[in-house]
Design a protein around this ligand. Structure first.
Ligand SMILES: Nc1ncnc2c1ncn2[C@@H]1O[C@H](COP(=O)(O)OP(=O)(O)O)[C@@H](O)[C@H]1O
Ligand SMILES: [Mg+2]
Length: 380
């Protein structure tokens, strides 16, 4: 190396903006996920810039304190409001986060190498934030605009998966207006599915607004509940089977995506009628049993992994996704959904399934950042 090119100091660590919180109902889960990631990311390789998004959507400088963001006493913390606002410039080639404070000259916060968007639900996992990051021309972890949007919208997720021959359950969609003006048609469509049905918001997550309906008399209340989260409602035929999940990680250098060993969720609380709900997911471990790896025969492990990777590919997912399936008593694998930003605390299924497959939580974070760094910005 010629004299003048010799490095004068150690190379700068890769700067990772850990972005969390957000406007969706899953704000708290996102914050808890950030707590886990801040505590585990390799600080010798990565310089971390935590940025919180408040429930009103304001970006703020956040404390780099993993414990502060953990779930304690059954409550998930929130990103507090702040006078200062962090902004990401949209000019191509300029990736310096700035802080705006009332009455002050904007100041530079950090040059961003990669953004790790740990956001769940609308305005985070649905392609909107991904669109902003695309406009800003910065690299980020996870799926792009289209895959995120398809993964968020259960109607289009099913259309895309069915279009590529993946096994899904039967369903009908209740759009705003159908319920109010064409109720008889809706009831006929739901009846045709058979009972029980699962009524859910088309674009939510974390089981918010999901109800199992065993009698048509209970349908109106379930639809109203789902509509509190989203005007578009899905009604799905209940699938009888075990709830199996599989973690998928994008392939390096153009290789095929990788699937973890599957895990299993068993809802143990009878009062939940087999619905793995918000409470069981995050706040009361006694209500569900998570088994990693799932006790499945080899041929079903392979089948679940293959379906998971094909689902990942079907929506053009990138980086990571968790694919949730049902395995029926007659050994069919039916896709329930793909989550493009699955729960990601150390205790969440996504990292646990990788842990069971030989990839530790810090290694997983490292791999995700590396995948984001190797992928070009723009059309790809
Ligand atoms: N079609 C279905 N058949 C059987 N159980 C279902 C069905 N849909 C949902 N469930 C149950 O409800 C839970 C939440 O539904 P899901 O579609 O995964 O919503 P979310 O996107 O909010 O996670 C599932 O984990 C499962 O326990
Ligand atoms: Mg789910």
């Amino acid at each position: 190396m010629p004299q003048h090119m010799e490095p004068t100091s150690a190379p700068r660590r890769t700067r990772v903006v850990v972005l969390f919180g957000g406007r969706s109902g899953e704000h708290g889960i996102s914050v808890a996920t950030a707590g886990g990631v801040l505590g585990a990311i390799d600080r010798t390789r990565y310089e971390v810039v935590p940025v919180g998004i408040t429930q009103k959507g304001q970006w703020v400088i956040a404390a780099d304190e993993p414990e502060r963001w953990a779930i304690t006493d059954g409550r998930a913390p929130q990103v507090p409001e702040s006078a200062g606002e962090v902004v990401l410039p949209l000019t191509v080639g300029v990736s310096t986060l700035r802080v705006l404070e009332p009455g002050q000259v904007p100041s530079a916060l950090a040059d961003v190498d990669v953004v790790l968007p740990l956001l769940h639900g609308p305005y985070g996992e649905d392609g909107t934030l991904q669109g902003l990051l695309e406009l800003a021309d910065v690299r980020y972890v996870g799926s792009g605009v289209l895959a995120s949007a398809v993964g968020m919208d259960k109607q289009f997720m099913k259309l895309v998966l069915a279009g590529q021959g993946l096994p899904i359950g039967e369903y009908t969609v209740i759009r705003p207006g159908d319920w109010d003006r064409r109720r008889a048609d809706v009831l006929r469509a739901v009846e045709a599915l058979g009972l029980p049905v699962f009524v859910k918001p088309a674009r939510a997550g974390s089981s918010l607004g999901v109800t199992r309906v065993d009698s048509l008399d209970d349908l109106p209340a379930a639809v109203e509940e789902a509509r509190r989260h989203d005007p578009k409602v899905m009604v799905e035929a209940g699938v009888e089977g075990r709830e199996i999940e599989c973690s998928v990680l994008g392939g390096r250098g153009g290789a095929r995506a990788r699937a973890s060993l599957p895990g299993e969720i068993r809802v143990t609380d009878e009062s939940k009628h087999g619905v793995y709900d918000y409470e069981a997911k995050y706040f009361d471990e006694s209500k569900a049993e998570l088994t990693c790896p799932a006790d499945l025969p080899d041929h079903l492990v392979k089948e679940v992994q293959e379906v998971a990777v094909r689902t990942f590919e079907a929506v053009d997912a990138e980086g990571l996704a968790r694919v949730d399936v049902f395995v029926t008593p007659d050994e069919r694998v039916v896709v329930n959904e793909i989550n493009t930003m699955p729960g990601f605390t150390r205790f969440s299924m996504y990292p646990r399934m990788w842990e069971a497959s030989g990839v530790s939580y810090p290694e997983l974070i490292d791999e995700l950042v590396q995948l984001a760094l190797e992928r070009p910005t723009g059309l790809r």
